[in-house]
Design a protein around this ligand. Structure first.
Ligand code: ATP
Ligand code: MG
Length: 253
């Protein structure tokens, strides 16, 4: 369970999160949507313990994040950042194995290599396992970074725009894989995503951030209403129901 209690974050003197309150149950897939600059990445980094709030507190399974050791946090929670910079010239296999570090502490064993193979297969990066990361295409790099996050194999998974650079089949496969993780393994996944249709079709719950505040938290069906979407994005967002699923044809508006 993730509890965000009155969390505020300022950069310089500019507030980017205003007393945010959230409760996320122990399992399930939550999508965070909202305009550029709304505070999505800031919120995710705070939940991951990569940044500290200026006010309020965050609890993971009833304990304040600040009470976790680095290793406890690294075996509880993984975060895929929106932007990742590596200076080192690493091969894909080395990089993904690095995701296992909290488990093997520098001495990988059979279980670590088995997990490595499993996640590289999931993310379709086995063919590029021996290539250098900086020689891959944007989408291949993104899939390697997701594989690295999955290799960490934590109950909580925070993914900031994991669909960036993915082609349509890979994006759909990614969302289906996340659903499997939730349903078969009971994982708690929070994903930042821009496409409201992906968010609504695959998630159990959606949170919309706008100007550093929670503008919506609830069922995808309650989000996918033209008035609600327009209030979040400030543009017309027509919705049609196809096979009982509401879909927004925003690109035709
Ligand atoms: N390190 C920083 N220093 C100063 N301002 C920052 C910093 N990081 C983010 N901001 C500002 O905080 C606000 C929220 O940024 P954040 O990255 O959380 O937005 P976001 O919702 O993830 O947007 P996007 O959809 O573009 O990724 C923005 O106005 C941004 O310019
Ligand atoms: Mg962001």
């Amino acid at each position: 369970m993730i509890v965000v209690e009155q969390v505020t974050r300022h950069y310089d003197r500019e507030p980017v999160l205003h007393a945010v309150e959230l409760r996320l149950a122990a399992a399930g897939l939550t999508a965070i949507i909202g305009p550029n600059g709304a505070g999505k990445s800031t919120l995710l980094s705070l939940i991951a313990g990569l940044d500290q709030p200026d006010g309020g507190q965050i609890f993971l399974d009833g304990r304040p994040l600040a009470a976790y050791t680095r290793r406890e946090l690294a075996t509880s929670l993984t975060m895929l950042r929106q932007r990742q910079a590596f200076n080192a010239r690493l091969r894909v296999r080395e990089l993904v194995l690095f995701g296992r570090y909290p488990h093997h502490q520098g001495r990988p064993g059979a279980a670590d290599y088995a997990k490595l193979d499993e996640v590289m297969t999931y993310m379709h990066v086995t063919e590029v396992a021996d290539r250098f990361f900086d020689q891959l295409s944007g989408g291949q790099q993104q899939r390697v970074l997701i594989a690295m996050a999955l290799a960490q194999d934590t109950p909580y998974l925070l993914l900031d725009e994991p669909l960036n650079n993915l082609d349509i089949p890979n994006a759909v496969a990614m969302m289906k894989l996340l659903r499997r993780f939730v349903e078969d393994l009971g994982k708690r996944i929070v994903i930042v995503i821009h496409d409201v249709n992906f968010a609504s079709c695959y998630s159990d719950e959606v949170i919309a951030l706008k100007d550093g505040r929670v503008a919506f938290q609830g069922n995808p069906a309650d989000l996918m209403v033209p008035k609600m979407l327009e209030s979040i994005y400030g543009m017309p967002m027509p919705v049609q129901v196809i096979d009982d699923k509401p879909v927004s044809f925003y690109y035709l508006s």
